[in-house]
Design a protein around this ligand. Structure first.
Ligand code: 3PY
Ligand code: ZN
Length: 643
């Protein structure tokens, strides 16, 4: 391609070339890069045609076969359509934050007469309903309209949690590029991320300086508010995250995880327990207090009791409540929370709400109507939701196909995202009939582990142990009896070793000792204290030597968080280029012969791709040639036939 670009360059053709010609003609390289990118993309499309989608968790193909329509939104007062592209973006809460800093921002939110809304659609909602598979392009397409429609929102939760690794692992995208692009499109609504305390966005602890580095990058690339939690409500672990956010100058939302229904008698996690954790969080210093009901077990009455008690003790504390609608009570619980004095509650776009996701924004607005102001206009919420209704069809191949609420969540306490995931796995393994058994065993596994607070990563520990017990046909007694002999999942041993912190009430003994045997040690202090600090300079040098000078500090952060995932992501990029520009229906569904695809690979550069033919399989090499027309020229790509 270089020679071709050189030979077709006009200056070169007329012979008017000089020694610095190549340096002075960057367009030459852009042309080469675009051609390389186009060729690599054809490689992906050809592979998809021959072998089908390789995206993990995909069942079938998208039900939406057209470009999604971007809804036109209307000024609620005048009814006039808003020209999103040519109207200045309205001011939002982010301007307050940028102009006045986190303290004043928090104070003003607290003083707001009403309850604000965080829209979780871009993070937790698709994590909980669609296996976290929503791609950047589909967020970006609706981002400019969202900046207008949800202008009064407290925040958009759009980053962190599982979105970070899934982006690289399954979508072949750079999570940092996602953040930066969304930020550029939405300058007025604060962005919020979910940080798993000392675990960052990983599944066990990292050295403290890795958390500091990651959080600084996140802040510099566009995150404003950090919801920091620790899966065990281990305050030493939580503090690592809180301190990192403070150092980076972000808004701290230190969070207590709410596990189980505290209204049931005899619960380990009761009102007294939560108030004690809140006292300690307040003593550490935070802008907001987060209450994180990850399973949706916070009943309306419990929300009233808990928030009223916190409010009575801390009248000035800004409180932000998160829930899942798994039991079907999410709207009622968030209404109760707002009435008890919560400053912000979480909800999701209507088509992306309900069941294991957050409750619907419009349903919450309707419930609060006439009583509590939210800063959002329901007509705009509904208009923007027309987009998400289409996305639900586009991503239909990742639906877990939940049929209704699961009020049994008060017993099994499985977090929203995990509930969908476990159901999906059970269906995939043909163990749909074992679903009830899986949920029952989850309860037993939780009991064996000492009744832990269950959220990533501890929920995975309980889930892994439950699946291990189901697949090996083990009872509770078997686990006690055979603890020294069984080959438990790594996550279970990590937990027992203490790599995820210390559970309230301590580890279950003698099970811990028996499970760990001589294979693992028992940590008696916070895991980060035993980890060697990361040497960022040497990692950067190493990455630059492997991947070239374009390596950024954020790549270093990705590598530190997920070294293997980062490496395979880079391999994928090397092979297929930047696939994030490929519309989702082309990314997930093999194109048909004669079908013409239009792909904007960068601003002003569009590829018109047409699939012409698929060759016969070669008996010698096991490959096929796939023929395309690319912007009018014939191209062929050879692909291994893995079918
Ligand atoms: C995550 O850690 O990804 C969660 O969503 C926990 O609720
Ligand atoms: Zn959640």
């Amino acid at each position: 391609p270089f020679l071709l670009a050189l030979l077709t360059n006009e200056t070169f053709i007329v012979g008017n070339c000089w020694t610095t010609f190549i340096d002075d003609t960057p367009s030459l390289f852009q042309m080469i890069t675009s051609q390389n990118r186009a060729t690599k993309m054809l490689g992906y499309l050809a592979d998809l045609v021959v072998n089908g989608s390789s995206i993990k968790g995909q069942v079938g193909v998208p039900k939406l076969d057209d470009e999604a329509e971007i809804p036109v939104i209307h000024d609620p007062k005048t009814g006039i359509a808003i020209d999103v592209e040519n109207t200045p973006i309205p001011r939002g809460w982010r301007q307050v934050l940028l102009e006045e800093g986190p303290e004043v921002f928090t104070k003003k939110v607290r003083e707001f007469k009403g309850t604000l809304i965080t829209d979780t659609t871009w993070r937790d909602a698709h994590q909980s309903l669609l296996a976290t598979r929503v791609r950047t392009i589909d967020l970006l397409n609706i981002a400019p309209t969202t900046a207008f429609a949800l202008n009064g929102a407290f925040s958009l939760e759009c980053w962190g949690g599982a979105t970070f690794d899934v982006c690289m692992r399954f979508l072949y995208e750079d999570p940092w590029a996602r953040l930066k692009k969304l930020r550029a499109a939405v300058p007025n609504i604060p962005f919020q991320m979910l940080l798993r305390g000392a675990n960052g966005v990983a599944y066990s602890s990292l050295p403290d300086n890795a958390i500091d580095h990651f959080v600084k990058e996140a802040k510099d690339n566009g995150v404003d508010i950090f919801r920091v939690f620790d899966a065990l409500n281990d305050l030493d672990q939580l503090k690592v995250g809180i301190d990192a956010v403070k150092k980076a100058g972000g808004v701290v939302e230190a969070t207590v995880c709410y596990s189980g229904d505290m209204l049931q008698p005899g619960k380990k996690y009761n009102l007294e327990y939560y108030l004690d954790v809140v006292d300690k969080i307040v003593a550490m210093g935070t802008h907001f207090l987060g209450l994180k009901d990850m399973a949706g077990t916070l009943k309306p009455k419990a929300a009233t009791i808990l928030i009223t008690a916190i409010r009575a003790k801390y009248p000035d504390l800004a409180i932000h409540v998160h829930t899942h609608d798994s039991a079907g009570t999410g709207v009622a619980s968030m209404t109760a929370a707002a009435k008890a004095g919560a400053d912000v509650v979480d909800a999701a776009s209507n088509s992306m709400s309900g069941m294991t996701s957050q409750p619907s924004i419009s349903a919450i607005l309707a419930s609060l109507e006439g009583d509590i102001e939210t800063g959002l206009e329901d007509s705009l919420v509904r208009e923007i939701d027309n987009y998400w209704a289409q996305m639900r069809l586009l991503y239909s191949c990742f639906e877990a196909d939940l049929k209704g609420p699961d009020p049994e969540v008060y017993q099994h306490e499985i977090p929203g995202g995990q509930l969908t995931n476990l159901l999906f796995q059970a269906q995939q393994l043909g163990l749909g009939s074992k679903w009830v058994q899986t949920k029952e065993t989850y309860k037993i596994a939780n009991k064996l582990l000492g009744d832990v607070v269950k959220v990533t990563p501890t929920s995975k520990v309980v889930g892994d142990l439950a699946q291990f017990m189901v697949s090996n046909n083990l009872s509770e007694e078997d686990v006690y009896k055979l603890a020294g002999e069984l080959d438990f999942p790594d996550s279970v041993l990590d937990f027992m070793e203490g790599l995820m912190g210390t559970p309230y009430g301590g580890f279950p003994e003698p099970l811990r000792t028996n499970m760990l045997g001589t294979k693992r040690q028992k940590l008696s202090s916070r895991p980060g204290l035993n980890l060697t600090p990361v040497d960022f300079d040497s990692i950067k040098q190493e990455l630059v030597s492997r991947y070239g000078p374009t390596i950024k500090e954020s790549d270093v952060a990705s590598y530190v968080m997920y070294p293997k995932v980062f490496e395979s992501y880079k391999k994928q990029v090397e092979k297929y280029g930047i696939l994030s520009v490929l519309p989702t229906r082309y990314f997930l569904k093999p194109c048909r012969i004669g079908q013409e695809l239009t792909v904007d690979i960068e601003q002003g550069k569009t590829l018109i791709i047409k699939l012409l033919a698929i060759g016969e399989i070669s008996q010698q090499t096991g490959t096929r040639e796939v023929f395309f027309e690319l912007n009018g020229e014939m191209r062929s790509v050879t692909v291994d036939d893995k079918t």
